[in-house]
Design a protein around this ligand. Structure first.
Ligand code: IPE
Ligand code: IPE
Ligand code: MG
Ligand code: MG
Length: 341
């Protein structure tokens, strides 16, 4: 089954590739990649080996790309933006290492996860190490408020992950609770990334407001599409395990919307099916749940919600002066909305 048939208009829209969107910050991205490679340096061989392995498969670099686009849009040229962008990416990477332990994931960025390579003990500690080292390093930057923003967002992300985990297999989770969780675990870092760039570049209050709002809506769009990709994406493109959310009992928007309009009897039946992912996983197939989502139209409804968030992100970016960087920020919204990876 292809993702294209489920979502109308998906086929007609070809978002630009990230490489094109990031072309105005090409040099900065190169410098960033160099910085990230430096992260593998360590006198303790075991740390060096693990960091090297993790850093050897970089992600899409959306968050540091966002920071650099915003900084450039605001006319900020100094070098420390690269260091700050690298910090944000390492925090993100650390959160993924932890997330893969929690989610029992075996594939990340198209390769074996850290937890599969090094086991849960070492990857837990590697995640801790990367989290604290990245935030600690930010103290060498000009402004201590940057470290404060990073500390707060790291706390928020962990809070979001704990909240999500505690709501696993709670099929009464509401849409509002879902948004609370994704705001913390994902959108917070997008928002904070925009805020960091604003701080660095001493943005005017009005621009800061628009950019923070843009970051938050972009982050929400990002997590909603991520939750769709878990169900209708292709593992080769996403580089992640498919149906992980269903198997782990994560109650995401497509599921909430699918369960919403069922009769009490239907609800009872589907809840018992979903419960089986915990008790008798061999007895239940994700495709049955996917059929329910297709039948109830919850996949399209979820995509519409992502579209609404994307529209808000564009509206916020629309308040900014017209620069090549703003154009990239607008294109980034469509990339995130229509992405397959
Ligand atoms: C994945 O983020 C984690 C979520 C917030 C859903 P990305 O898809 O940006 O991960 P990488 O860095 O590109 O691998
Ligand atoms: C976790 O969300 C996002 C984090 C902040 C770590 P997901 O669990 O949906 O992320 P993926 O799908 O594993 O990338
Ligand atoms: Mg996960
Ligand atoms: Mg996911």
């Amino acid at each position: 089954m292809s993702e294209i048939r489920i979502l109308p208009d998906y086929n007609q829209i070809t978002p630009l590739e990230l490489e094109t969107i990031f072309s105005p910050i090409k040099q900065e991205i190169r410098a960033l990649e160099k910085w990230l490679r430096k992260w593998s340096d360590h006198s303790l061989p075991v740390i060096k080996i693990m960091s090297k392995k993790v850093m050897a498969s970089p992600g899409k670099l959306i968050r540091p790309g966002l920071l650099l686009l915003v900084a450039k849009h605001l006319g900020y040229e100094a070098e420390d933006k690269i260091k700050l962008a690298a910090t944000v990416e390492v925090i993100h990477t650390a959160s993924l290492i932890h997330d893969d332990i929690i989610d029992n994931s075996t594939i990340r960025r198209g390769r074996k996860t850290a937890v599969l390579n090094f086991g849960p003990d070492f990857s837990l500690l590697l995640g801790d190490y990367l989290f604290i080292r990245s935030i600690g390093k930010s103290l060498s930057l000009s402004n201590k408020n940057l470290t404060l923003i990073l500390t707060r967002v790291a706390e928020e992300m962990v809070e979001g992950e704990i909240e999500e985990l505690s709501q696993s297999f709670n099929f009464d989770l509401t849409e509002n609770q879902y948004y609370q969780i994704i705001n913390k675990k994902t959108a917070g870092l997008f928002r904070a990334t925009a805020e960091l760039a604003c701080y660095l570049a001493r943005a005017k209050e009005k621009d800061k407001k628009s950019l923070i709002s843009y970051g938050r809506y972009l982050g929400q769009t990002f997590q909603i599409t991520d939750d769709l990709l878990d169900l209708i994406g292709n593992s080769t493109s996403t580089g992640k395990n498919k149906f992980s959310d269903l198997k782990e009992g994560r109650v995401t928007l497509p599921l909430i919307l699918a369960l919403k309009n069922l009769t009490p009897e239907e609800k009872k039946f589907w809840r018992s099916q979903l419960e089986k992912f915990k008790s008798e996983p061999a007895e239940v197939s994700p495709s049955a749940i996917l059929s329910l989502m297709e039948k109830t139209g919850s996949l399209e409804q979820t995509f519409k919600k992502a579209e609404e968030k994307a529209k808000q992100a564009k509206k916020a970016a629309g308040q900014l002066a017209d620069t090549i960087y703003r154009r990239s920020l607008l294109e980034l919204v469509d990339f995130v909305l229509y992405r397959n990876k």
